[in-house]
Design a protein around this ligand. Structure first.
Ligand code: 13P
Length: 270
């Protein structure tokens, strides 16, 4: 029996993953203003800095990175962006590069979000190049993968997700996944009334973990799998009961500070 499939391997893997702090990443999307953020960041600083078991990251629109740095530097809260250019500099009007994000203290960078790949026709190859730039500048990619409703109904979600991961491996090699975050975000659950069920999340997160472990040839590596898609304070309780989940990527509920606090409290105590 190969080590990759053995129960001992899975046990060791789960034990290792469990030791990590839970990642709670807010995808603020195109929301906020200087005045809104001032109140928001102050509340985050005051009430979210004492969580012991969490790594909290706020992924913001580019113009507010400087404000986040001013408010959140010297706290445990990290920040970052929702996209990055695949180039480092040069004639790319309207783009923002990885070194620029780094200048503003960014840690997390969302890449491959379906709202971008659908609206701006972002290819898997582009996403792979962006992923590489994020790693090169010592930031943490939050790679979004997930299937559409049609793909789920056709039962091909595992094939879809593994091909999204393999596109990164093909261009960058498997090592880039070390210390990275993969967010399982089924497109049909984003911005909807219903999140994926804990059983669906569990199954796909385990599939992704096993797939990456195979890509790593069974060597232990540190990476996290989180879930995104209509996470709120109510479903967080069930979601965090799952052993397979290392955290969540929160959209709408992250800009409601009370709701976001509840999600973090649930994660802290689970
Ligand atoms: P919602 O939580 O608003 O469904 O958004 C999820 C998302 O897109 C996070 O990246």
């Amino acid at each position: 029996m190969s080590l990759i499939k053995s129960p001992l391997y899975n046990l060791l893997l789960r034990a290792r993953m469990k030791k990590n702090k839970k990642k709670i990443i807010a995808n603020i999307k195109m929301n906020g203003s200087l005045s809104f953020n001032e109140i928001y960041f102050n509340k985050i600083k005051k009430n979210f800095n004492n969580f012991e078991n969490l790594n909290i990251g706020l992924c913001l629109p580019y113009p507010y990175l400087f404000q986040a740095k001013n408010f959140l530097e010297h706290t445990k809260i990290c920040w970052g962006s929702q996209n990055v250019a695949k180039f480092e500099s040069g004639p790319h009007t309207g783009e923002v590069s990885a070194p620029m994000l780094k200048d503003f203290g960014s840690k997390y960078v969302i890449v491959g979000h379906s709202e971008r790949s659908t609206a701006y026709c972002e290819s898997d190859e582009n996403i792979a190049h962006k992923f590489e730039k994020i790693k090169k500048y010592n930031m943490t990619p939050v790679l979004c993968v997930g299937e559409s409703l049609i793909e789920r109904e056709a039962g091909i979600m595992e094939r879809v997700v593994s091909s999204q991961i393999d596109a990164i491996v093909k261009i960058n090699g498997a090592e880039v996944f070390e210390d990275s975050i993969i967010a399982y975000e089924p497109i049909w659950a984003i911005g909807s009334d219903t999140a994926a069920s804990p059983a669906q999340v569990d199954k796909m997160c385990n599939f992704i973990k096993d797939h990456i472990c195979k890509v790593f040839n069974g060597n232990f590596k540190n990476f996290s799998i989180i879930y995104g898609g209509s996470v709120n304070s109510k479903n967080a309780v069930q979601l965090f009961a799952s052993e397979s989940l290392d955290g969540v990527l929160v959209g709408r509920s992250s800009i409601n500070i009370e709701e976001f606090f509840q999600i973090c409290s649930t994660a802290e105590n689970s």
